[in-house]
Ligand binder design. Structure first.
Ligand SMILES: [Mg+2]
Length: 384
């Protein structure tokens, strides 16, 4: 069934319906409009200043003080995260440590303990799996949950999930609840920390209207400047442009913009696809001839690997670590060891072993980890 005005309205009206199959056409208010997709319930769950929160939980004497986690000042370090007490001084994550200390001389800067955060994140992930198996992790402390199939309303459900996390880990989290990933993600920022915000399907248009355009993903500095020149500050401003106009201005991304500024986002929540290993590698323009040169490069690769690991596979158990070398004659060798933690000294030992096997000039270095079989299935519990 279709209202004649559907062509005018566009299919997006369908997304604002709470009824699964039919709604009244918003234009004529009489004809039913076929709804193409069943509305979804998405929760974006975000732990509050996760690394810092873990440190403070483990050292209660830090409570109430400005605390950050990250690199040391004397080694050109950068902060990974900081608590809200530190933010009051203008300290932010990704800020150089020396600058943060200028703004907040009493800031307590702690080194990162990724093994602890990973363990904690795994416990939290385990809690999430009790509620849905449709979980898409974004990083160590952030995930989308599709709870459409859950019997409970998503708002109270988010409350229960956050309550369970707090009871079991003593860590607070925030949540955004909405009919899609875009809305859920934006909403999770609205009542941070230790709060949640729900945008119901029928509230989406109103919610988007005054939202700054930069809150839409994909809008970088360049697009933002372009939009500013056009006098566009809010999503409401952007809604005045037609599809063809936006395509003219932004190319293919214009089509996305047309939907996104209306709060439309069809992307599904994509659960983890378990991979067997994760590695980074680099091919060098000039072959490396000494172990020292290789060690220097290895350190860079190690940092990349750890960042990648934290983002993509933050909770998996690592069974092996390896270093791979390709030589100038295109032969290769891999040194790997089970039972080693992914630490720089252990990777260095493997590099040393692999390098000494031939002593040939090195063309490529790779460093990586292999994972245990996924335990996702076993941590899932069907509660509905
Ligand atoms: Mg967070």
């Amino acid at each position: 069934m279709e209202c004649r005005s559907v062509g005018v309205l566009g299919k997006e009206q369908a997304h604002y319906s709470n009824t699964p199959l039919l709604q009244l056409c918003l234009l004529c208010q009489i004809s039913p409009v076929k709804v193409e997709k069943q509305p979804r319930s998405i929760i974006h769950l975000d732990m509050d200043c996760f690394y810092a929160a873990v440190e403070i939980r483990d050292r209660p004497s830090l409570r109430g003080k400005p605390v950050a986690v990250g690199g040391a000042r004397d080694r050109r370090g950068v902060l990974t995260t900081c608590n809200y007490e530190a933010r009051k001084f203008g300290v932010r994550s990704a800020m150089p440590t020396f600058m943060a200390l200028q703004r907040c001389p009493n800031l307590i800067v702690l080194p990162t303990r990724f093994d602890v955060y990973r363990r904690e994140a795994a416990a939290i992930r385990g809690i999430l799996y009790r509620f849905t198996s449709l979980i898409e992790p974004l990083s160590l402390d952030e995930a989308y949950l599709d709870v459409t199939a859950h019997a409970g309303a998503p708002g109270p459900l988010a409350q229960v999930i956050r309550g369970t996390i707090f009871r079991e880990t003593k860590l607070t989290s925030s949540a955004g609840i909405g009919p899609n990933k875009l809305i859920a993600k934006i909403a999770s920022e609205m009542n941070k920390p230790n709060g949640q915000f729900e945008v119901k399907a029928e509230e989406v248009l109103g919610f988007m209207k005054d939202l700054p355009v930069r809150q839409i993903w994909g809008i970088g500095e360049k697009s933002e400047r372009k939009l500013e020149e056009l006098g566009v500050k809010t999503c409401g401003d952007l809604q005045r442009f037609s599809r063809p106009e936006l395509v003219d201005l932004f190319g293919k991304f214009g089509l996305d913009l047309y939907d996104l500024c209306r709060g439309i986002d069809d992307r599904p929540v994509e659960p983890d696809r378990p991979r067997k290993s994760l590695s980074t590698e680099e091919t060098f323009a000039v072959d490396l001839t000494t172990l020292e040169q290789c060690e220097e490069k290895l350190e860079e690769l190690f940092q990349d690997l750890m960042a990648d690991l934290a983002q993509k596979e933050s909770t998996r158990d690592i069974t092996k670590i390896f270093v791979k070398l390709k030589f100038n004659d295109f032969t290769r060798t891999t040194a790997e060891r089970a039972g080693l933690a992914p630490t720089l000294p252990d990777f260095r030992a493997l590099l040393d072993e692999a390098f000494r096997r031939t002593g040939k000039p090195v063309r490529l270095i790779g460093a990586g980890v292999r994972f245990a079989e996924t335990t996702q299935e076993s941590t899932q519990m069907d509660l509905w």
